[in-house]
Design a protein around this ligand. Structure first.
Ligand code: SF4
Ligand code: SF4
Length: 136
Protein backbone atom coordinates (compact mmCIF):
# COMPACT_ATOMS: atom_id res chain seq x y z
CA UNK A 1 0.00 0.00 0.00
CA UNK A 2 2.82 2.39 0.91
CA UNK A 3 4.51 1.79 -2.41
CA UNK A 4 1.23 2.59 -4.20
CA UNK A 5 0.83 5.83 -2.21
CA UNK A 6 4.40 6.95 -2.81
CA UNK A 7 4.06 6.20 -6.53
CA UNK A 8 0.81 8.16 -6.69
CA UNK A 9 2.41 11.14 -4.94
CA UNK A 10 5.03 11.59 -7.64
CA UNK A 11 3.00 10.57 -10.67
CA UNK A 12 1.55 13.21 -12.98
CA UNK A 13 -2.27 13.45 -12.83
CA UNK A 14 -4.00 11.17 -15.35
CA UNK A 15 -6.80 13.67 -15.82
CA UNK A 16 -6.69 16.58 -18.26
CA UNK A 17 -7.13 20.18 -17.18
CA UNK A 18 -10.14 20.74 -19.43
CA UNK A 19 -11.34 23.35 -20.41
CA UNK A 20 -8.16 25.30 -19.54
CA UNK A 21 -6.11 22.93 -21.66
CA UNK A 22 -7.67 21.66 -24.87
CA UNK A 23 -6.62 18.86 -27.12
CA UNK A 24 -6.92 19.08 -30.89
CA UNK A 25 -10.21 17.70 -32.20
CA UNK A 26 -9.71 14.41 -34.03
CA UNK A 27 -10.12 15.20 -37.75
CA UNK A 28 -12.81 12.55 -38.21
CA UNK A 29 -14.79 13.47 -35.08
CA UNK A 30 -18.51 13.62 -35.89
CA UNK A 31 -20.06 16.59 -34.15
CA UNK A 32 -22.63 19.11 -35.40
CA UNK A 33 -24.51 18.47 -38.65
CA UNK A 34 -24.18 20.97 -41.50
CA UNK A 35 -26.60 21.31 -44.40
CA UNK A 36 -25.83 22.66 -47.86
CA UNK A 37 -29.07 24.12 -49.14
CA UNK A 38 -27.85 24.50 -52.74
CA UNK A 39 -27.20 20.78 -53.12
CA UNK A 40 -30.36 19.56 -51.34
CA UNK A 41 -33.23 18.18 -53.43
CA UNK A 42 -35.65 17.73 -50.54
CA UNK A 43 -35.80 13.96 -51.00
CA UNK A 44 -36.00 13.42 -47.21
CA UNK A 45 -33.85 10.28 -47.32
CA UNK A 46 -31.77 11.69 -44.48
CA UNK A 47 -34.86 12.04 -42.28
CA UNK A 48 -36.17 8.59 -43.20
CA UNK A 49 -32.85 6.91 -42.41
CA UNK A 50 -32.14 8.79 -39.18
CA UNK A 51 -32.49 6.27 -36.35
CA UNK A 52 -33.08 9.03 -33.81
CA UNK A 53 -35.73 11.01 -35.70
CA UNK A 54 -33.49 14.03 -35.31
CA UNK A 55 -34.09 15.45 -38.81
CA UNK A 56 -37.14 16.94 -40.44
CA UNK A 57 -37.20 18.30 -43.98
CA UNK A 58 -40.04 20.68 -44.72
CA UNK A 59 -40.69 21.42 -48.36
CA UNK A 60 -41.89 24.93 -49.09
CA UNK A 61 -41.47 24.78 -52.86
CA UNK A 62 -39.64 21.88 -54.46
CA UNK A 63 -39.25 23.53 -57.88
CA UNK A 64 -37.66 26.58 -56.37
CA UNK A 65 -35.59 24.39 -54.01
CA UNK A 66 -37.02 26.04 -50.94
CA UNK A 67 -36.65 23.69 -48.01
CA UNK A 68 -36.29 24.05 -44.28
CA UNK A 69 -33.95 21.56 -42.69
CA UNK A 70 -34.67 21.06 -39.00
CA UNK A 71 -32.13 19.32 -36.80
CA UNK A 72 -32.26 18.24 -33.15
CA UNK A 73 -28.70 17.92 -31.85
CA UNK A 74 -30.00 16.74 -28.48
CA UNK A 75 -31.58 13.70 -30.16
CA UNK A 76 -28.74 13.07 -32.63
CA UNK A 77 -26.59 9.99 -32.10
CA UNK A 78 -23.81 11.39 -34.29
CA UNK A 79 -23.84 8.13 -36.21
CA UNK A 80 -23.35 9.81 -39.60
CA UNK A 81 -26.10 7.75 -41.29
CA UNK A 82 -27.75 10.84 -42.74
CA UNK A 83 -24.47 11.91 -44.33
CA UNK A 84 -24.12 8.45 -45.89
CA UNK A 85 -27.74 8.45 -47.05
CA UNK A 86 -27.64 11.84 -48.74
CA UNK A 87 -26.91 11.16 -52.40
CA UNK A 88 -26.43 14.86 -53.10
CA UNK A 89 -23.61 15.31 -50.61
CA UNK A 90 -25.45 18.15 -48.95
CA UNK A 91 -24.83 16.91 -45.41
CA UNK A 92 -21.60 16.82 -43.48
CA UNK A 93 -20.53 16.67 -39.86
CA UNK A 94 -18.01 19.19 -38.61
CA UNK A 95 -15.42 18.12 -36.05
CA UNK A 96 -15.28 21.24 -33.91
CA UNK A 97 -18.79 21.72 -32.52
CA UNK A 98 -19.03 19.06 -29.84
CA UNK A 99 -19.53 21.19 -26.73
CA UNK A 100 -23.31 21.16 -27.06
CA UNK A 101 -24.45 20.99 -23.43
CA UNK A 102 -26.91 23.72 -22.51
CA UNK A 103 -29.26 24.61 -19.68
CA UNK A 104 -31.59 26.16 -22.25
CA UNK A 105 -33.60 24.12 -24.78
CA UNK A 106 -33.27 26.70 -27.54
CA UNK A 107 -29.92 25.52 -29.00
CA UNK A 108 -31.45 22.06 -29.49
CA UNK A 109 -33.99 23.25 -32.06
CA UNK A 110 -31.92 24.13 -35.12
CA UNK A 111 -33.51 25.22 -38.39
CA UNK A 112 -31.62 25.94 -41.59
CA UNK A 113 -33.19 27.65 -44.58
CA UNK A 114 -34.09 31.04 -46.00
CA UNK A 115 -35.38 33.56 -43.50
CA UNK A 116 -38.87 33.77 -45.07
CA UNK A 117 -39.21 30.00 -45.11
CA UNK A 118 -37.98 29.69 -41.53
CA UNK A 119 -40.57 32.24 -40.45
CA UNK A 120 -43.30 30.21 -42.17
CA UNK A 121 -42.22 26.95 -40.62
CA UNK A 122 -41.81 28.39 -37.15
CA UNK A 123 -45.28 29.93 -37.43
CA UNK A 124 -46.68 26.54 -38.50
CA UNK A 125 -47.73 27.94 -41.87
CA UNK A 126 -46.38 25.55 -44.51
CA UNK A 127 -49.36 25.48 -46.87
CA UNK A 128 -46.96 25.14 -49.82
CA UNK A 129 -46.53 21.46 -48.92
CA UNK A 130 -44.72 19.64 -46.22
CA UNK A 131 -42.99 16.33 -46.58
CA UNK A 132 -41.51 15.71 -43.23
CA UNK A 133 -41.34 12.11 -42.15
CA UNK A 134 -42.44 11.94 -38.56
CA UNK A 135 -41.58 8.70 -36.85
CA UNK A 136 -43.52 8.54 -33.62
S1 SF4 B 1 -25.98 11.68 -37.35
FE1 SF4 B 1 -27.34 9.91 -37.12
S2 SF4 B 1 -28.70 10.45 -35.44
FE2 SF4 B 1 -27.69 12.34 -36.08
S3 SF4 B 1 -29.13 13.28 -37.52
FE3 SF4 B 1 -27.69 12.03 -38.73
S4 SF4 B 1 -28.68 10.01 -38.92
FE4 SF4 B 1 -29.72 11.13 -37.29
S1 SF4 C 1 -30.96 13.35 -48.11
FE1 SF4 C 1 -29.73 15.13 -48.76
S2 SF4 C 1 -30.81 15.89 -50.57
FE2 SF4 C 1 -32.25 14.55 -49.50
S3 SF4 C 1 -33.40 15.96 -48.13
FE3 SF4 C 1 -31.68 15.14 -46.95
S4 SF4 C 1 -30.08 16.71 -47.17
FE4 SF4 C 1 -31.56 17.06 -48.82
Amino acid sequence: MFSDISRALFRKPATENYPAVRQLNPPRLRSFLKWNQQACTGCSLCAMDCPANAIKVTIIDRKEKRFVFSYRPDMCLFCGQCVESCRQGSLSMVNDMWELASLDKKPFFVNFGDVDDLTKVLAGNTAGGSESPEKA
